[in-house]
Design a protein around this ligand. Structure first.
Ligand SMILES: C[S@@+](CC[C@H](N)C(=O)[O-])C[C@H]1O[C@@H](n2cnc3c(N)ncnc32)[C@H](O)[C@@H]1O
Length: 311
């Protein structure tokens, strides 16, 4: 817990605050130095990374309740918005291959780079497709089928914007994100952006990881004991977890008149860990119920059906 190991706390504060300044003033340098991909630190082959994106793509449709055989007809002509794609637009490529007309990927950090390994990943994804899907995937690049030639903007547009906000209006039929919302610096602004980007019949689906991302010590929830100001000075510019719990997401949905179609936990903390951490929680988390504190991740599906007001 914060405060129990003053020396270790001080060391961590100094180191994290200095590196946060690098992330603030030189985000490209910070990403280069830390080698961030968005998928953690493990070394992976192009095949493994391609498999990861196939898994992400499939899971969106499982959670939406769309059978594999129906994905192409569901996606036909749809405009997709993806928040925080990481360093490879793998999900975007698969969306286009399966019928989407265009994908906008938006990020707060300049993560995407179609370098050697990442170009290979996109190559693997194309190789795993046949016929029309393969031809559609090939059309995502300036030179047909050649990822190293760069992205064809009519198909996949990559935007790096302050706060990771798309600024789109009524332009997305489907919004997706995975392991992104827990990193956004202003949750309310991201939900407002989502509402504005969604068209009237659009749907948004997000997987959110509320775990510590390696920033806890002995209790999986002890990263919630750091006072808010220290946390933001240490991690505010690095895209580290914003620490908001599921209650804050419910508020953001309500504040932005978004209707919740599904909100389902993917992992739960032990009651013993919650009881141990409770006396030390930082101010923003003290009023969070045990039940909400236990959520360590969730799936969210929402839309902007106006019925939301009356429900
Ligand atoms: C953990 S990575 C996940 C990447 C990818 N979705 C995946 O599953 O591999 C988080 C991503 O969210 C991005 N991100 C952080 N803050 C953001 C914001 N405010 N808006 C949009 N993206 C953001 C990061 O730059 C990164 O691309």
């Amino acid at each position: 817990m914060y405060g129990q190991h003053p020396l270790a706390d001080t060391r961590r504060i100094v180191h994290a605050m200095l590196t946060d300044q690098v992330a603030h003033f030189a985000p490209r340098l910070y990403i280069k130095l830390t080698g961030q991909t968005g998928r953690g630190a493990s070394q992976e082959s192009a095949q493994q990374i391609a498999d990861y994106f196939r898994h992400c793509f499939d899971e969106y449709f499982q959670v939406l309740g769309i059978e594999p055989g129906q994905i192409c007809s569901y996606l036909a002509g749809k405009r997709i918005l993806e928040y925080g794609p990481g360093d490879v637009p793998g999900v975007a490529l698969l969306m286009i291959a399966h019928g989407a007309s265009s994908v906008v990927c938006v990020d707060r950090f300049p993560m995407v780079s179609i370098s050697g390994l990442n170009a290979e990943v996109l190559g693997h994804l194309m190789e795993g497709l046949d016929g029309e899907a393969k031809a559609r995937a090939a059309s995502c690049f300036l030179k047909q089928g050649d990822p190293a030639s760069g992205l064809c903007e009519q198909r996949i547009r990559y935007l790096v914007k302050p706060g990771g906000l798309s600024g789109l209006s009524n332009a997305a039929d489907l919004i997706v994100s995975r392991a992104v919302l827990e990193h956004v610096n202003d949750l309310h602004a991201t939900f407002a952006d989502m509402r504005s980007a969604l068209c009237e019949t659009g749907v948004a689906i997000h997987q959110v990881d509320l775990k510590s991302h390696g920033l806890h010590r002995s209790n999986p929830l002890d990263f919630l004991t750091w006072p808010e100001h220290w946390w933001s000075w240490m991690y505010g510019h690095k895209g580290m977890p914003n620490r908001w719990r599921v209650n804050r997401y419910r508020e953001a949905l309500q504040e932005n008149s978004l209707r919740t179609l599904l909100l389902k936990p993917t992992a739960l903390a032990e009651q013993r860990d919650i009881e141990d951490v409770r006396p030390y929680l930082a101010e923003p988390f003290r009023a969070v119920s045990d039940s909400d504190l236990s959520w360590l991740g969730f799936w969210l599906v929402c839309d902007k059906t106006t019925q939301a007001q009356g429900e």
